[in-house]
Design a protein around this ligand. Structure first.
Ligand code: AGP
Length: 612
């Protein structure tokens, strides 16, 4: 979703801002723009399309200066074109503003401003805010900072903003309410961004702005105040724990492929210092003190969106089976608006790679308001969800840049396995059962390595199914969420329509779709559901569907029924979903590449969905 970059320092801001926009491309966008102060002049350039198109339109003799703001826009109000791209200026062209989020009362505010004779150029809610700041600035004789604050007090909605004003050229005014903003503190230079990726190259010292914070930055330093009462607040300067290299593509053609391959290591990183093989247990420092409350909870909710919700479904199976606590898995967008039974005996687990997803954030705020204990499973350190939950576990998968979540998913399932194991042991799971699970988790790195080494088996399937318009993914039990996740991966990056179903549900509808052009992916480990799934495979085969079978043993039945077989190393049946999801990621990736799709930035999608 929209990306913000701001710079104030001694260097020319333009290359820093453009590079920053490129770092944020992964969030998803459709247009980009930049505004730079040069002395008392402001120069602005905006373009629909990619950042490289904006970059190639830059005339460096004009667009240069040490204070600037830049933005990638993901359209909400008004189509993606040059005019609707940010920054937006006021009618005097003195003030420029970039904004993430939505100004919900923009219609009413616009009417009032139009009555003052102000003409609007764009269809955006953001221009309304730029004009409002300007109107207050000129009519009330306030400083720029005061005018921004006064305008924000009239606004209903969510925002992360950065504004500049050519009458106060040595200043960036930023604010956050609902959309993340990170301030990078360098040596005599300051950076603002939607996340730390544009900053890490220049400094590791960052300040995560809290809800309702406003940052006023000049070459003398920065001050953070609350928007609503103007009180100065101090915020800790945190140190980024990841490196610049981690956000580079390296020798891989796409971030997604790099991140799929990284899983061999990231799964180990997720478990490091947490798994206790001999004890058959796990220790999660971030939730340890809260375990007495979690293990006695009457109910657990897991709330999340998209891929993280799929991880939650797997978590439900594990938590209920090991710990015997009832678990409800809810889409955050539904959970936040329904009257679920939430009280002080409820624990709400929020799963989010970015830690910024608007619906998930709203869901935990609601749960907290009703007295529940909230637990975050996030990947991005310092993200809003990780800071607002009472306790939590980081997935430690490292920065995930590809829009399609891969390594974050397997890390989430790994964390949920550790949590279920830990809670299970406290609630009667035996040491020997615990040891079996812990051993299986501990040997995952090696097995992921074998799957990745054997990627040609997936490439062959992709090559031969690339012309299909639809795919069906079927699995049972823990592997039903794997089917859902496989289908989601395929849709989002290859634009092939795909559905995931519990295998037995096929007979209740989807079977009507089966013919010789329909590839059906079965996740079929030799567990207690194997015989049942085998019957479903036969049903597809007898209707001439193309069967792609992911399994852990090459039995005669499978060989006879499979048009394509993808072998997965044997493991504990509860850990199988982690392994099975990797060939499905590869399949989606290969198909997307064969169909010429933009793998890392699929159309219409955003990495971090900060609006509801
Ligand atoms: C994953 O491939 C998707 N792009 C998407 O479903 C994602 O998982 C969802 O938007 C939730 O994001 P989060 O984990 O950052 O909260």
């Amino acid at each position: 979703m929209c990306g913000i970059v701001g710079y104030l320092g001694k260097q020319d801001s333009v290359p820093i801002l453009i590079k920053g926009l490129k770092r944020l491309e992964y969030r998803g966008y459709d247009s980009a723009g930049i505004a730079v102060m040069n002395g008392n002049n402001m120069h602005l350039l905006k373009k629909a399309g990619k950042v490289r198109e904006l970059e190639s339109a830059i005339d460096d003799s004009v667009l240069t200066g040490s204070v600037g703001i830049a933005h990638t826009r993901w359209a909400t109000h008004g189509e993606p074109n040059d005019i609707n791209a940010h920054p937006h200026q006021d009618h005097t062209n003195s003030i420029a503003l970039i904004h993430n989020g939505i100004i919900e009362n923009h219609g009413v505010l616009k009417q009032v401003l139009e009555q003052q004779g102000i003409e609007f150029k764009s269809n955006t809610d953001t221009e309304v805010l730029a004009q409002l700041i300007s109107s207050i600035y000129y009519s009330d004789g306030l400083t720029f900072e005061q005018a921004v604050r006064a305008a924000l007090q009239k606004v209903v909605g969510a925002y992360g903003i950065v504004a500049i004003n050519k009458r106060e050229p040595d200043k960036l005014v930023a604010a956050r309410f609902g959309s993340p903003l990170v301030l990078g503190v360098g040596d005599g230079e300051y950076f603002l961004a939607s996340d730390a990726s544009p900053i890490v190259e220049y400094t590791r010292n960052v300040v995560y702005l809290d809800e309702g914070d406003m940052a006023i930055i000049t070459s003398e330093g920065y001050t953070i105040k609350k928007i609503f009462d103007n009180q100065i607040v101090s915020r800790e300067v945190a140190t980024l724990n990841w490196s610049y290299e981690q956000i580079e593509k390296g020798n891989y053609p796409h971030y997604m492929l790099k991140e799929i391959h990284e899983q061999e290591q990231t799964i180990i990183d997720t478990m490091r210092g947490r798994i206790q093989v001999e004890k058959g247990n796990a220790h999660l420092g971030g939730v340890h003190d809260w375990l007495p409350r979690i293990e006695t909870a009457r109910r657990l909710y897991i709330t999340a969106c998209g891929t993280s919700w799929h991880a939650g479904l797997i978590g439900k199976y594990l938590l209920e089976e090991y710990a015997g606590i009832p678990v409800h898995v809810e889409y955050a967008s539904e959970f936040r608006y329904r009257e679920a039974i939430i009280d002080s005996e409820t624990v709400v687990i929020a799963i989010s790679q970015s830690g910024e997803t608007a619906d998930t954030l709203a869901a935990i705020r609601k749960a907290k308001g009703k007295g529940a204990l909230t637990l975050g499973i996030c990947n991005v350190v310092g993200s809003t969800i990780s800071r607002e939950t009472d306790c939590g576990v980081y997935t430690h998968a490292g920065p995930e840049i590809g829009v399609a979540s891969t390594k974050a998913f397997t890390a989430q399932v790994t964390v949920l396995s550790l949590l279920a194991l830990n809670l299970g042991r406290r609630r009667g799971l035996s040491r020997s059962q615990g040891q079996k699970i812990a051993r299986a988790l501990a040997s995952l790195g090696n097995k992921v390595h074998r799957i990745l080494k054997n990627a040609t088996q997936v490439e062959k399937v992709a090559w031969e199914t690339q012309y299909a318009d639809n795919f069906l993914y079927l699995g049972r039990g823990l592997n039903f969420p794997v089917a859902l996740e496989g289908a989601l991966k395929l849709k989002e990056i290859s634009y092939i329509h795909a559905e995931g179903y519990p295998a037995a549900e096929m007979k209740h509808g989807p079977i009507a779709l089966i013919d010789e052009r329909m590839p059906v992916v079965f996740i079929a480990p030799h567990d207690h559901t194997y015989e049942k799934v085998l019957s479903n495979i036969q049903e597809v085969k007898s209707r001439r569907g193309k069967t792609i079978i992911l399994t852990d043993k090459k039995t005669r039945d499978i060989v006879e029924l499979a048009d394509y077989m993808i072998e997965i190393p044997t493991t504990h049946q509860h850990i199988f979903p982690i392994l099975a999801s990797i060939p499905l990621q590869l399949l989606a990736y290969q198909l997307a590449v064969l169909r010429g799709c933009d793998v890392d930035q699929p159309r219409n999608l955003a990495k971090s969905v900060t609006v509801e």
